[in-house]
Design a protein around this ligand. Structure first.
Ligand code: ADP
Ligand code: UVW
Ligand code: MG
Length: 401
């Protein structure tokens, strides 16, 4: 059975087509710069080769049509007819309090997703565009929504409530929701399978550090706290997002710089984080290059970045009453040894003993990187949000059929 997974962002669409019997990815790629000059589709061929196909892709529907065309094409395709795609699974960023697990997309669900737009004005509209496009282009094909927020719906009230007037929670749903749930769920479970321990009685901290990043505390298989909040800007310092700051700073900047709400939101989401501190880039590889060249601000940015992750690990150890497993994932977590080392440094008191040599020599594979004597097992688990979405999609199809 073939399942198409879509991750529709504001200017991009990532896709993977899975053959579920073998869990194999039979086609993958992404469209970037939708609605801008120079939009293109980049696909990875089965032999790993990358191909760029340029095209005027003005909106999401056209993008998905383009993707389906490529999947069917003689040159780069892998299916003969469109109905080989049995279902489509979508990454949906914000499910509010309405969704604590993946769902079959119905008209009622679409109405609820529209209600969640206010909570995630940047993320949910493109997700919905992807759903509408499939309704039109593949009519009758079941669609499943897999939410970033769903896994964190188990957080206790004292972890998700802000210190604000309660009426704002009642009126607008202002509370902490958390994101990257699909990734935290997948890597925490995989880590337990890999170690051969029961998921249901472990205290786990997962650090998903990519472009966006979040840390989650998982107790007995349930998320009990996570570093992102009502929006994905809270918590860690990220590629371009500020993470935690004193809320007083916001009104101060707005006043001093004569900035409106749009301006401050763009500043915190797009021009802050590693990019803002270093002045070099939001991309960790470019930061590393600058550090090698002795760039002081890049060095400071990386220290600040790692220190924030370390503080979350420490606070979640407190929330969990101890830690059994610490997992690193995401582009940085999987690949950058120096960040993992900085996070784990001087944490022996907590039972974290990193095998530094091993940590330096491994990347992007499932591996234990702590010493055998370490009380906390530290692991790298490459995340696979798309496979998780595809599996959820099959599970839901089986439930409704
Ligand atoms: N080999 C590497 N070494 C260091 N950082 C890397 C490496 N590969 C990827 N990264 C970093 O991972 C980040 C992107 O992570 P990823 O999880 O792919 O992002 P996204 O949140 O967009 O899915 C970038 O900062 C990138 O520089
Ligand atoms: C929700 C979110 O922050 O996602 P990403 O890190 O992929 O931008
Ligand atoms: Mg990612």
């Amino acid at each position: 059975m073939k399942i198409l997974v879509l991750n529709c962002g504001s200017s991009s669409i990532k896709y993977k087509l899975f053959e579920m019997e073998s869990k194999e990815v039979i086609a993958q790629g992404g469209i970037e710069k939708i609605g801008m000059k120079g939009s293109f589709l980049k696909l990875t061929l089965p032999d790993g080769q990358k191909v760029m196909l340029e095209g005027e892709i003005l909106e999401h529907r056209a993008g998905i049509e383009y993707i389906l065309g490529v999947l069917l094409s003689e040159k780069y395709g892998c299916i003969k007819t469109i109905d080989e795609i049995k279902a489509v699974g979508h990454r949906v960023v914000h499910g509010g309090e309405r969704f604590n697990s993946s769902v079959l997309i119905t008209d009622e669900v679409i109405d609820m997703l529209n209600e969640c737009i206010e909570l995630a004005p940047l993320h949910n509209p493109p997700n919905l565009k992807g759903i509408y496009a499939i309704q039109e282009l593949l009519p009758g094909t079941p669609q499943v929504g897999v939410f970033d927020t769903a896994f964190h719906q188990t957080m206790p009230v004292y972890a998700y409530m802000y210190g604000l007037p309660y009426s704002l929670y009642e009126k607008y749903g202002i509370r902490r929701y958390g994101f990257h749930g699909t990734s935290h769920r997948y890597v925490s479970r995989r880590a337990c399978e890999f170690l051969g321990v029961p998921y249901e009685d472990q205290r786990i901290i997962t650090a998903h550090i990519g472009n966006g990043g979040s840390v989650t505390a998982i107790k007995n298989g349930k998320s009990i706290d996570t570093s992102m909040g009502m929006t994905p800007v809270e918590g860690l310092i990220m590629g371009t997002r500020s993470g935690d700051i004193d809320p007083g700073v916001i009104s101060y900047i707005m006043e001093k710089e004569n900035m409106g709400t749009k301006g401050i939101s763009t500043l915190l989401n797009k021009f802050s984080g590693m990019l803002g501190i270093s002045g070099v880039s939001s991309d960790m590889r470019e930061i590393e290059e600058a550090i090698e060249g002795g760039n002081k601000r890049a060095i400071m940015a990386l220290k600040t970045y790692c220190y924030r992750i370390k503080k979350y690990v420490g606070s979640y150890a407190a929330a969990l009453g101890g830690v059994d497993i610490l997992v690193f994932t995401g582009g940085v977590g999987e690949n950058q040894a120096s960040a993992r080392k900085a996070v784990c440094e001087n944490m022996e008191y907590m039972g974290i003993e990193l095998d530094e040599e091993l940590n330096d020599s491994v990347r992007a594979k499932e591996v234990v990187i702590s010493k055998p004597t370490s009380k906390v097992k530290v692991l790298i688990i490459p995340t696979d949000e798309e496979l998780t979405i595809a599996k959820d999609t099959v599970e839901i199809l089986n439930q409704v059929n």
